[in-house]
Design a protein around this ligand. Structure first.
Ligand code: ATP
Ligand code: MG
Length: 402
């Protein structure tokens, strides 16, 4: 192989953040490093406007992993080469051959390509058009099946002539964008085993929040399978954020108290009000400024404006609903893209459907709910449920023991 392997890490939004920019860049650098804890590599540097991972053992895997770090817009496994047209062309050919082979065509048949050169260092003796032509000629000689196409080609061979080094690559992994984890703050996600709340958690993390996942579990009324589902969803999400904590709260006693003490029509709303109180308790302990839910407007009968207001009433802090404007199809598409969908559709009973009334309230009234809720006097049973919480830690897709 020609040249020295590196991985180029690009970011968008955070490059624009004015005075905060350096803080964000540092936060991103830290998250890139921690995402690579299991992949040997050299220094993670921060030259102007990007991050570079030096000496990766496995450049491709490294680039793929970093492309799941929030704040990153794209990555490329690349090489740095000597500053000569011949060295650039040799590396470009090797990378193009590899990329074509991965797309199942050893001579490039059926693929379109272009060479894109940026010449930041104007001392380089050849203009970028000349580099493009020279490199494209060399690539085409080796992969005669390729055809040149300027607009949206299958393959882009990138050449960057910078003042300190010259880079060549032919692959790009798209990242999620957004902001680096923790750069905005912390939140507690109300995390069911459904399709929506994992996507909501992912979107919250994308906007720079570190999260803990809070799952209410109705054992012994439901089996361990629904808890394992929450664990598997947390594992799927940890492929993005690295480390993640799932907190499982035994909720059955609360539910029984509600079932025994209040009119059946209020049950679901009372469950959710209680969940919010316990989540607020947890947020206090975790130092979280907000709760995050998978609620959306009008998606199920319970998600009317009135009912959302009845539920929010007990949250005692900001409630974020990243999916509020999503159609179900948009959420499903995102769930597939982030790798939670297949787990979410595994059948399981959710604790919200336990002791479901025939006719639940569709348009609750906050004052009425307060009046029904107060005499239940759930404080002690909620405190007890939270005390009995179980902590599950996951990391890079796997469950880890403390
Ligand atoms: P999801 O797909 O996330 O389960 P949903 O469309 O089924 O959402 P609801 O059942 O009304 O809608 O739940 C609304 C939100 O309440 C969920 O997105 C989640 O944030 C929270 N929630 C519901 N059940 C639980 C639970 N067992 N543990 C924690 N949070 C829950
Ligand atoms: Mg649900």
């Amino acid at each position: 192989m020609t040249g020295t392997p590196i991985v180029i890490v690009r970011y968008g939004e955070i490059g624009l953040k004015g005075g905060n920019r350096r803080t964000f860049e540092r936060a991103l650098q830290v998250r890139v490093k921690s995402a690579l804890s299991a992949l040997p590599h050299g220094p993670v540097e921060r030259p102007h406007g990007r991050i570079v991972v030096r000496a990766p053992d496995d450049p491709r895997r490294t680039a793929e992993r970093v492309a799941r770090v929030f704040g990153v817009t794209s990555t490329s496994p690349a090489v740095t080469v000597d500053r000569s047209l011949d060295a650039v062309a040799a590396a470009a050919v090797e990378h193009a051959v590899d990329a074509a082979r991965r797309r199942g065509t050893p001579d490039g048949t059926g693929l379109t390509f272009k060479v894109a050169t940026t010449r930041a260092d104007k001392r380089f003796p050849h203009p970028s058009t000349a580099v493009n032509e020279h490199v494209a000629g060399a690539v085409h000689d080796r992969l005669p099946g390729l055809t040149v196409r300027m607009k949206d080609p299958d393959l882009v061979v990138g050449v960057e002539i910078r003042s300190r080094e010259t880079l060549v690559y032919a692959e790009r992994f798209e990242g999620p964008g957004g902001l680096p984890g923790g750069s905005i703050g912390r939140a507690v996600v109300l995390f069911s085993g459904g399709i929506d709340s994992p996507v909501a958690a992912w979107l919250a993390m994308k906007r720079g929040l570190d999260v803990e996942l809070l799952h209410f579990h109705a054992a012994p009324f439901v089996g361990d399978a629904s808890k394992e589902k929450a664990v598997d969803l947390a594992r799927a999400l940890s492929r993005w954020c690295g480390r993640l904590t799932l907190v499982v709260v035994p909720f059955a006693d609360v539910q029984v108290a509600i079932k025994d003490g209040a009119d059946a029509a209020f049950r679901t709303l009372l469950y959710r009000r209680s969940m919010n109180r316990i989540a607020a308790r947890h947020a206090e302990a975790y130092g979280a400024g907000a709760l995050v839910t998978g609620e959306s407007l009008g998606q199920v009968a319970s998600q009317t404006l009135e009912n959302l207001a009845c539920i929010e009433d007990t949250a005692d802090r900001l409630v974020l609903r990243p999916l509020v404007a999503h159609d179900k199809q948009e959420t499903i598409a995102l769930a597939r893209a982030i790798g939670t969908y297949d787990v979410s559709v595994r059948p399981h009973p959710d604790c919200c459907t336990l002791f479901m009334p025939v006719r639940p309230k569709i348009r609750g009234d906050v004052e009425e709910l307060r009046a029904v809720d107060a005499p239940l006097d759930l404080d002690a049973v909620e405190a007890e449920a939270w005390e009995r919480r179980e902590i599950v830690r996951v990391r890079e897709g796997e469950r880890v023991e403390d």
